[in-house]
Design a binder for this molecule. Structure first.
Ligand SMILES: C[S@@+](CC[C@H](N)C(=O)[O-])C[C@H]1O[C@@H](n2cnc3c(N)ncnc32)[C@H](O)[C@@H]1O
Ligand SMILES: [Zn+2]
Ligand SMILES: [Zn+2]
Ligand SMILES: [Zn+2]
Ligand SMILES: [Zn+2]
Ligand SMILES: [Zn+2]
Ligand SMILES: [Zn+2]
Length: 507
């Protein structure tokens, strides 16, 4: 997969989802996606296929130009390679193993292999870290399994109790009794635990996730190995049937989907997969409910709002701040860059999603939705404008509410961060190309040695991505665009790293 946030107005890589639904050649993660390098002036570049799920070549290095002819021998060799990468056991085998382990006195789990062990397998894992587990640990696989934190594929960040209990309470209060958990293993786990406790209304759940380790803990009706970037079920038709049976609302049991994809993921393919799930749901409903859509909640960072709404316009972003146990930054209640940027996007009526009063959320009667404490209604814009949880200010010149850190710039004629590089109407740098000063042009720059100097965030003289790009060229791999933050590109200022750019979005 290719980074979406590397897209740039003048140079970037875009994913193409063919109207006819034509699938790309397979990699170990199912059909690959078609990408296109976009050049200045929207000139189409050469298209290529790459993995839908992994953005790190070390995890999946599939690459094929769209017009490449692949020989039969090469195709067969690829298939053999993929088979060797498949999970070590089938779902059925995992289930049999689980039952055996659960009935053993010594319930063992190999941390190195991330596998529950049968009693006669202990010796074979003698050199590994093997631990004893109890029945309640078997019910909490998200606590037992090591989270796969690779940012470039799994990004397995687990909900805090606060977030998972809030989600489940809110959905139960709205009458949902079946939760389709797409990439939300902790939610599935909580549903099962609550069912056992018996204090809550029983709920059903089905987990769709690419992490095959979960197959050890759940039956085939509770877990399907699934790739949410290409709507691919690794078990094919069998999983399709499981999904169909789950989505059918027998006895009036209402279904809701909750998805928490890896944050680096591409929005368009995700939206396409969720739409396909919604279409399957729709086909299974009675004709009188045919006008409604599958209720869904998609958790994702707030700065993806425009892209998500472009793909799924029926969704609305809620102010609720989703936080994670194992993410150092994404903690609720902090401010600025330390605050969690993850929000809920949903087609449920926002006024029905009651956000916790004790955390400061309140109902804005004008917007008819719950907002966070700092999100004050602006009479001029007639909305509660804040996206990031801070109090935004109305700019009379722009006639719009802006982030508190932004100031109106007379040169640019718009609001921006105070240390932004100014541009003219055409987007060209307004000041010095070298240091960004508005007092002189590059020719007269006092920085005589011609080296660019740091303007905001970027490290002068360093460009890690440029180096990476050269490497790619050398190996004739997929074109990787040099990452340029839009503002720094236009200004010609020192280029920023990806981390700087993400941080800038949150300023
Ligand atoms: C950000 S975590 C969400 C976990 C969730 N917050 C929870 O606590 O249950 C992303 C989840 O999506 C799964 N995942 C990552 N890539 C996936 C893919 N291509 N298809 C399906 N699931 C994927 C990961 O295994 C992980 O469970
Ligand atoms: Zn792949
Ligand atoms: Zn082992
Ligand atoms: Zn309001
Ligand atoms: Zn306003
Ligand atoms: Zn302004
Ligand atoms: Zn300016």
């Amino acid at each position: 997969m290719v980074d979406e946030d590397k897209n740039d107005e003048s140079f970037g890589i875009e994913v193409i989802l063919p109207d006819d639904g034509k699938k790309g050649p397979p990699c170990p993660h199912g059909p690959t996606l078609l990408f296109e390098k976009v050049c200045a002036g929207n000139k189409a570049g050469r298209r290529f296929y790459a993995c839908s799920a992994c953005r790190d070549r070390k995890e999946c290095n599939f690459f094929q130009w769209e017009d490449d002819k692949v020989s039969e021998a090469r195709r067969l060799a690829r298939e053999a390679e993929y088979r060797s990468k498949a999970p070590p056991f089938s779902q059925q085998q995992y289930r049999v193993r689980f039952r055996k382990v659960a009935s053993q006195d010594d319930k063992l789990f190999c941390k190195d292999c991330q596998l529950l062990l049968l009693s006669d397998e202990h010796l074979a894992h003698g050199a590994h870290k093997v631990i004893r587990v109890n029945v309640s640990q078997l019910r909490r696989p998200t606590a037992l399994l090591r989270p796969l934190e690779s940012k470039k594929s799994n990004a397995q960040y687990l909900f805090t109790d606060r977030s998972s209990h809030f989600l489940l309470d809110a959905l139960a209060a709205l009458g949902y009794r079946k939760v389709l958990c797409v990439g939300t293993p902790r939610l599935q786990e909580l549903i099962k635990m609550r069912n056992l406790e018996g204090n809550h209304e029983t709920m059903e759940s089905l987990l769709l996730d690419i992490d095959f380790r979960y197959a050890q803990f759940y039956s085939k009706d509770e877990f399907c190995l699934y790739n949410m970037f290409n709507h691919h079920f690794f078990d094919g038709e069998a999983s399709n049937q499981v999904l169909g049976a789950f989505l059918k609302e027998a006895d009036g049991q209402k279904v809701v989907m909750v998805a928490d994809p890896p944050f680096g993921g591409l929005v368009k393919p995700l939206a396409s997969s969720f739409t396909q799930i919604a279409q399957t749901w729709k086909k299974l409903q009675s004709p009188d409910s045919a006008s409604t859509d599958l209720p869904m909640i998609w958790t994702f960072p707030y700065f993806f709002e425009p892209r998500i709404l472009e793909s799924l316009p029926s969704l609305v972003m809620l102010d609720y701040q989703v936080d994670y146990d194992n993410h150092p930054m994404y903690k609720q209640g902090k401010v600025g860059r330390k605050q969690t940027p993850v929000r809920l996007f949903t087609n449920l009526p926002p006024k029905d999603m009651v956000l916790p009063k004790e955390e400061g959320y309140r109902l804005c009667s004008k917007c008819e939705r719950y907002v966070c404490s700092q999100n004050k209604h602006c009479a001029k814009c007639n909305v509660c404008p804040s996206k990031d949880g801070r109090e935004w200010k109305h700019c009379a010149t722009c006639d719009k509410c802006m982030k508190p850190s932004w100031k109106h710039c007379q040169t640019c004629g718009r609001c921006a961060l105070p240390d932004h590089p100014c541009t003219t109407e055409t987007g060209a740098p307004a000041g010095c190309f070298n240091c960004g000063s508005l007092d002189h042009k590059r020719r007269a720059c006092p920085q005589k040695d011609g080296r660019r100097v740091k303007m905001s965030g970027g490290k002068p003289g360093k460009n890690k991505n440029k180096k990476k790009n050269n490497n790619n060229k050398k190996k004739n791999l997929a074109p990787q665009p040099r990452f340029k933050h839009k503002a720094s590109h236009r200004s010609g200022a020192a280029r920023r790293t990806r981390k700087d750019a993400a941080a800038a979005q949150m300023k």
